[in-house]
Design a protein around this ligand. Structure first.
Ligand code: FAD
Length: 306
């Protein structure tokens, strides 16, 4: 990896972005919910589609690696860091608007705040997302879901951009949502803006449902410690947490990373975890669960870095 190239390209962004929108050598434990990981060489914080487009065109012309992120709630950056340009959309790219029962959100908007916005306007359909800590873009890319709701139930179309800087719109059908996946992930597109269609409902009932689901979360999930949510996808016919518990791994620790005592599908950072601890624990869990049950666990969480 050419150390200087990303830096050189990033310096060239000064004609596109303000100084405050370009960060160098950023510790990623400060920008991911697991609170581990090394430094990203360059982070850019664009605030418009035009800025994202120009940044991507420059990156593409110079052939340097880049990655898009939201709030880092499903992302672990290795301790060696990320030698590329990270485009972080959660900071400056989070405007929303409502027209009748359609909410339009820029991809950096928090999905939980969109769920609250919908409730304030007596719109039902996003109650499931009240406790999901990521962005709209991350939620669409991952087809995030909980308690029988998924993004695919509300998204009607998404404006996207590819690595060459071409902007286009994908319909619900074209987004090819599956369990915790979408065409966005498979093709490495970036989500820019999302239209979500909701159903008129009764405000009190919507907010009661959100409270109920959030209470259920608090009861079942270790929300007092840093984590990335569920580390593994749910294997068909099983629950990852139960398979992990049955393999005798409840509370199992590698360094500062621990299989949560409260919910075995979560790995928590007990305070001193490194990304290496977390990644080693993920691999250890996969081996032990396979030995014990024959089930191959697939990661939901994304790992970035060389
Ligand atoms: C305590 C806790 C509870 C959670 N509960 C749930 C849950 O109930 N259900 C659930 O599904 N998830 C859950 N998650 C995981 C996570 O919040 C979701 O996957 C969320 O949608 C990720 O959004 P993000 O902005 O943090 O994405 P990031 O972690 O920043 O990125 C995740 C992936 O999405 C991609 N991505 C991000 N933004 C974009 C974009 N604009 N365009 C294209 N790709 C993009 C990234 O490249 C990466 O591959 C939980 C996490 C935590 C910490």
């Amino acid at each position: 990896m050419d150390y200087c190239k990303e830096m050189e390209v990033a310096k060239d962004f000064s004609s596109i972005l303000d100084k405050e929108q370009i960060l160098f050598n950023v510790p990623m434990n400060e920008h991911t919910s697991m609170q581990v990981g090394g430094k990203a060489k360059v982070i850019v914080l664009p605030s418009s589609i035009e800025q994202i487009k120009q940044v991507l065109e420059r990156i593409y012309e110079n052939n340097v690696p880049c990655y898009v992120m939201g709030k880092g709630t499903n992302l672990i950056v290795r301790d060696s860091g990320y030698d590329g340009i990270l485009i972080m959309l959660s900071h400056n790219f989070s405007k929303t608007k409502i027209c009748d029962n359609i909410i339009t959100a820029q991809s950096g908007a928090s999905i939980a705040s969109i769920s609250n916005l919908a409730c304030r306007h007596s719109l039902s359909g996003l109650e499931f997302a009240a406790g999901i800590p990521g962005t709209v873009g991350g939620a669409v890319a991952m087809n995030a879901g909980a308690y029988d709701g998924e993004m695919k139930d509300v998204v009607i179309e998404a404006t996207c951009i590819n690595k060459e800087g071409e902007v286009f719109c994908l319909s619900l059908e074209e987004l090819q949502f599956g369990y915790r996946t979408s065409k966005i992930q498979k093709q490495n597109f970036f989500v820019l803006e999302v239209n979500m269609e909701l159903t008129p409902g009764i405000k009190n009932q919507i907010s009661e449902k959100m409270k109920l689901l959030n209470n259920r979360r608090r009861e079942k999930q270790p929300l007092n410690l840093p984590s990335s949510g569920s580390i593994f996808k749910r294997p068909e016919g099983y629950y990852a947490g139960k398979l992990i518990e049955d393999a005798g791994l409840k509370g199992y620790k590698i360094g500062g990373a621990q299989v949560s005592e409260k919910h075995c599908g979560f790995i928590v950072n007990t305070g001193t975890a490194t990304a290496t601890d977390v990644i080693e624990l993920i691999e250890y869990i996969k081996r032990k669960v396979f030995d014990n049950s024959g089930v191959v666990l697939q990661q939901e969480v994304k790992i970035l870095g060389g």
